[in-house]
Design a protein around this ligand. Structure first.
Ligand SMILES: Cc1cc2nc3c(=O)[nH]c(=O)nc-3n(C[C@H](O)[C@H](O)[C@H](O)COP(=O)(O)OP(=O)(O)OC[C@H]3O[C@@H](n4cnc5c(N)ncnc54)[C@H](O)[C@@H]3O)c2cc1C
Ligand SMILES: NC(=O)c1ccc[n+]([C@@H]2O[C@H](COP(=O)([O-])OP(=O)(O)OC[C@H]3O[C@@H](n4cnc5c(N)ncnc54)[C@H](OP(=O)(O)O)[C@@H]3O)[C@@H](O)[C@H]2O)c1
Length: 447
């Protein structure tokens, strides 16, 4: 038996486990996660109003319920939990699928003002991540600026613009629902430093903004026209051309006095967050101009956009895991086809997959092929790895070291508690938002 530990139960961890058991009848897999709940960003990132994508959890569930796969939640690998150096003593191979847990920084003055948050923090809050800050976020805000034009920026813009009737049927935690229901934010500006043809959002997600009730999307045609590809989109790849068509449609639509406005802005580079009465009051942008090579240059002209809430949605970032090599430039673990590289040489028995391997890009499905590459490498090494003696079952050893994992029955108990909470609130499933209630439910795991 080849015994493998997969660290992280997001898409890359689940696809790694799936690929392992599909390709090798003699492998058993423990999927460890620091959280008592599985599925990574599918549970704690994918927007609550995207039920169809959320339902991918059912596919990942089937993996974790496989007879040769075991979920061990509430197991932090690293400081405060199982040292990363201990895992290779318990398993023949370890695959790190730990994602990219933090956010990139802008590095501009005022970034840390009250009212300025990373999109990561906002997403964690409305997704009920137990480590999320509970600030209310929208309290006292009328206007918001979202910096960045990727799909996460679209998600947070949409969540700020949706009404209670649309949010209530989701699994959003009650605290976030109450705060968003009371929100006075009517204006959201989503701002890109480059042009519309370089925006990272996808057309389906962009188009959805135009379907929100009582919300109008505005785009300034003069700002679009700064992009040479706007007037002549023929040379653009199809996805960008489709984005331009959607934006053109909005730019040509007359205003219609809706209760909420989403303004899509381009060629504005954030340079400073300005304070007003002890919190953020506006974002100062420098107007940029295309440099002809896909980049932009500053023009020395500035514009302040009012905002009592600023969400910086400029990408996620991997964090180093103690005991593993880390490339700070890419915030990933150096690897060769998924094999961890230590000082340029392959480290036997150590692998990576997902965002910690390739950086924070790509949709859920991208992690499937990524995991497959890693598993191919691992199984090529298997005949050497199994020569090492390992315990038949690492769980007693972990327990002896004070680790008490939340097993599958514990997770199922959390699911039941979330269904019961939803019923008591007159909603569907409602997520438990804190460690205490999650662990309380997990330990009450009698079926
Ligand atoms: C806000 C947001 C919304 C998204 N929405 C979509 C969408 O709608 N559709 C789509 O296709 N893609 C979406 N994506 C992209 C998709 O979520 C990612 O491609 C995918 O989740 C990356 O998978 P991963 O397994 O590498 O990382 P994650 O999903 O982040 O999983 C990592 C797991 O590792 C665990 N972990 C971390 N450190 C440790 C440790 N030290 N010990 C133990 N466990 C640890 C974490 O708790 C987590 O469960 C979204 C991404 C974001 C950020
Ligand atoms: N529904 C979905 O399918 C869905 C939903 C959410 C997320 N995802 C996926 O998850 C991944 C991560 O998404 P993401 O939105 O976090 O990242 P992203 O797609 O990389 O977008 C990041 C945005 O931030 C901008 N940016 C970066 N640094 C900046 C700076 N210093 N100043 C101003 N702007 C800056 C980027 O602009 P530049 O291009 O100019 O650098 C870009 O517009 C993506 O692959 C995404 O598709 C998918």
């Amino acid at each position: 038996m080849l015994r493998v530990a997969v660290v992280g139960s997001g898409p890359s961890g689940c696809y790694t486990a799936q690929s392992l058991v599909q390709q090798d009848p003699d492998v058993v897999v423990d999927v460890l996660d620091r959280l008592p709940c599985p599925y990574g960003l599918v549970r704690y990132g994918v927007a609550p109003d995207h039920e169809k994508i959320k339902s991918l959890q059912n596919n990942l569930r089937a993996v974790l319920e496989h007879e040769r796969v075991r979920f061990l939640g509430g197991v932090q690998v690293g400081p405060g939990g199982v040292p990363a150096t201990r895992l290779p003593e318990l398993y023949h191979a370890v695959v790190y699928c730990v994602g990219a847990a933090t956010d990139r920084h802008l590095g501009i003055p005022g970034e840390e003002l009250p009212g300025s948050w990373s999109a990561t923090e906002f997403v964690s809050w409305y997704s009920a991540h137990p480590d999320a800050a509970d600030d209310g976020f929208v309290l006292g805000a009328r206007s918001a600026v979202v910096i960045g034009v990727g799909n996460v920026a679209v998600d947070v813009t949409r969540m700020l613009s949706r009404g209670t009737a649309e949010l209530s049927p989701t699994d959003m935690p009650q605290g976030a629902l109450t705060a968003l229901a009371a929100s006075r934010v009517t204006d959201v500006s989503m701002v890109g430093r480059r042009g519309p043809s370089q925006a990272r959002f996808t057309t389906k997600e962009l188009r959805e903004l135009g379907t929100l009730p009582d919300t109008e999307v505005t785009v300034d045609p003069a700002e679009l026209a700064l992009d040479p590809a706007y007037t002549d989109p023929t040379g653009l790849p199809a996805p960008q051309r489709r984005n331009i068509e959607v934006l053109r449609g909005w730019a040509e639509t007359p205003p219609r006095n809706a209760g909420h406005r989403i303004r899509l802005r381009f060629f504005l580079r954030p340079v400073e967050l300005l304070a007003d009465a002890g919190r953020v009051g506006a974002v100062r942008f420098e107007r940029t101009a295309p440099d002809g090579q896909g980049g932009v240059t500053g023009t020395g002209r500035y514009e302040d956009v009012e905002a009592q809430l600023v969400l910086r949605s400029v990408g996620y970032r991997g964090v180093p895991l103690e005991g593993l090599p880390f490339d700070p430039a890419t915030a990933t673990v150096p690897h060769l086809a998924g094999r961890v590289l230590r000082e340029g040489s392959v480290a036997p028995g150590e692998y990576v997959a997902g965002w910690i391997k390739r950086g924070p890009t790509g949709v859920i499905g991208t992690n499937r092929s990524d995991a497959k590459e890693t598993v191919t490498s691992l199984l090529e090494d298997a005949s050497v790895l199994v020569r090492e003696e390992r315990p038949d079952d690492p769980l007693p050893a972990l327990r002896a070291e004070g680790i008490e994992p939340v097993e599958w029955t514990g997770w199922c108990a959390i699911e039941r508690a979330e269904a019961e909470l939803g019923t008591s609130l007159g909603r569907g499933v409602v997520k438990l938002p804190d460690w205490e209630s999650l662990l309380g439910a997990a330990h009450n795991s009698a079926p």
